[in-house]
Write a protein that binds this ligand. Structure first.
Ligand SMILES: Cc1cc2nc3c(=O)[nH]c(=O)nc-3n(C[C@H](O)[C@H](O)[C@H](O)COP(=O)(O)OP(=O)(O)OC[C@H]3O[C@@H](n4cnc5c(N)ncnc54)[C@H](O)[C@@H]3O)c2cc1C
Length: 277
């Protein structure tokens, strides 16, 4: 499978990448592990690719004043192996280490995954449960997009033409909080048939997000309300599973029927809540 021909340009800075993209039908190339297969299938035919993988300012992982800042071009492997992430956001390290295989993790990036917005990708559930902010830069002002407003539909996000994700800002959960990410992977690709991320804050407030279940990753308000509070025991965990997925249009495909996926999501929610209890 060969894509249509395209120009290739390597950008040295974010500003250069934005300028090259401006007014064109070009696309950013990060790890290429979603874009290039789509181009080979001719689902995407940009006339120009702007490679951002060499922009060092997009790759760092650091902490600033209680916020973990992950550069958009940080690879899944870099995140999985970061001591800072393992210490402060252990569920991000768990999630990153479960993505695809070694090659996918070494090339694929968190920014590319978020921008691509595959409904079965892992990062969506993680950034939602973590209440992260997506930092984006276009030719004008930079913007902060809360994760809760980022995913807008199947392969669709709040990014506007010409905008680049520059970083993901994640508040460090306070001492006494617990986090977990669990997924039931599709056995060949490792994409999530169901992925469930949970943050149990020290005061009992609990955030729950799913991926793989619907056409976008989502926070589950019913499950969150049932699970939040001072006690998380078998009764409240069962209540949270009962309350989960209300009004959600659950996906059905040849890997998993709607009924099976719905059941699996509740099983994974219970496992995740037991893990943080
Ligand atoms: C065999 C295989 C298995 C996989 N398994 C999993 C899995 O288990 N879980 C999972 O979550 N994913 C999985 N993936 C997807 C993988 O994580 C991709 O790397 C990821 O979805 C896209 O990241 P990328 O850096 O490769 O982006 P690219 O493919 O380079 O780009 C994807 C899209 O995002 C845009 N883009 C890239 N970076 C930015 C940016 N900074 N700002 C704005 N737009 C940007 C591009 O223009 C393009 O439209 C798998 C992929 C393969 C090939």
């Amino acid at each position: 499978m060969i894509p249509v021909s395209f120009e290739y340009q390597k950008a040295g800075t974010v500003e250069e990448a934005i300028a090259v993209l401006s007014g064109s039908d070009g696309k950013i190339l990060a790890g290429g592990h979603s874009l290039l297969p789509a181009m080979k299938l001719r689902l995407n035919q940009p006339s120009k690719l702007v490679d951002i993988a060499g922009i060092s300012s997009l790759k760092g992982i650091k902490e600033d004043n209680g916020i973990i800042i992950i550069g958009a071009a940080a690879t899944h492997a870099a995140i999985a192996s970061s001591d800072l992430i393992k210490d402060k956001l252990p569920f991000f390290a768990e999630g990153a280490s479960m993505i695809g295989d070694v090659q996918v993790r070494n090339y694929g990036t968190i920014g590319g995954s978020l921008a691509h917005a595959d409904p079965a990708a892992d990062w969506g559930a993680l950034v939602l449960a973590a209440e992260a902010t997506i930092k984006v830069q276009g030719s004008g002002e930079s913007r902060d997009i809360p994760a809760a407003g980022f995913f807008q539909g199947l392969f669709s996000t709040a990014l506007q033409d010409g905008e680049i994700i520059t970083a993901i800002h994640v508040p460090v959960p306070e001492d006494g909080s617990r986090t977990v990410y669990l997924k039931f992977p599709q056995p060949a690709s490792r994409f999530a048939l169901v992925g469930c991320a949970v943050v149990r804050h020290a005061d009992g407030r609990t955030t729950v997000a799913f991926t793989g279940v619907a056409d976008t990753p989502f926070r589950d308000n019913g499950a969150e309300q049932a699970a939040s509070g001072n006690t998380l025991d078998e009764a409240s965990i069962a209540d949270a599973a009962d309350a989960a997925l209300q009004g959600v249009n659950v996906l059905s495909d040849h890997y998993a029927s709607e009924e099976y996926r719905r059941h699996l999501a509740k099983v994974y929610l219970k496992k995740a809540l037991r893990a943080v209890a």
